[in-house]
Design a binder for this molecule. Structure first.
Ligand SMILES: [Zn+2]
Length: 230
């Protein structure tokens, strides 16, 4: 049932928030017992793919899934494998470098320009020596990931950043990004725009090392701990 609902969502091109169906219509369509239908929907609800509204007029809506949901799911496996937050940070450095490389390999110059142009200009903040916050810094990395032409790479690699953001940055007193972060973004953005994959990868790796270091300092007590399944 869960697989058929997923296929239906894809076939109908439904987006987050869209109504999938009322229960009665789904019972008719899938020809399964109420119990099986509910079990299938609950399975999807656990993954965040559907939101269930109970009671009269209730039904299933498409939930918002993406890198964050995948990240959340992965933490269970990482925990079982004995992964620590230090392992996570190392994987993050790898992921950001790979995403920058993939973004630079996007064959559409127009798309690369549109995605990276906002980050290639120097800004007052940077010139004033103001430090960007780490959560704000991550917006750039989302823009880089969005340029990766391969959806599997984009989702898989972005899920690592989503875990870092949730577990090590948000609300954990990790505030300041490295002081030259905006300048580094400019360098990465220019390399991606120009399609220089090797350079984009190297610059992104160097930059991510600095970010990881900021996480280690800010979340000092956590990095040696096992990854929690949240
Ligand atoms: Zn950054």
């Amino acid at each position: 049932v869960a697989r058929r609902v997923l296929r239906d969502i894809m076939a109908r091109g439904l987006a987050a928030g869209d109504m999938i169906s009322h229960e009665s219509a789904m019972l008719e369509r899938y020809r399964v017992s109420r119990e099986s239908l509910r079990e299938g929907l609950r399975l999807l609800e656990t993954q965040g793919l559907v939101e269930l509204r109970r009671g009269r007029g209730g039904g299933a809506r498409v939930g918002a899934v993406g890198a964050a949901s995948l990240g959340r799911l992965s933490t269970m496996y990482f925990q079982l494998e004995g992964g620590t937050y230090e392992h996570l940070l190392e994987a993050w450095i790898f992921a950001e470098a790979a995403l920058a490389e993939a973004a630079a390999c996007n064959p559409d110059l127009k798309t690369r320009r549109a995605g990276m142009d906002p980050f290639t200009r120097s800004s007052f903040e940077a010139d004033d020596g103001c430090r960007e916050t780490l959560p704000a810094d991550l917006a750039f990395h989302d823009a880089v990931a969005a340029l990766a032409d391969n959806p599997v790479k984009r989702l898989l690699l972005s899920s690592v950043r989503a875990i870092v953001a949730t577990h090590l940055i948000d609300g954990r007193g990790v505030t300041a990004a490295p002081h030259d972060a905006l300048q580094q973004h400019r360098g990465i953005a220019r390399a991606i725009r120009a399609g220089h994959a090797a350079r984009a990868k190297q610059l992104a790796e160097d930059h991510a090392r600095g970010l990881a270091e900021a996480c280690r300092t800010g979340a000092e007590s956590r990095v040696d701990l096992p990854i929690d399944w949240l």
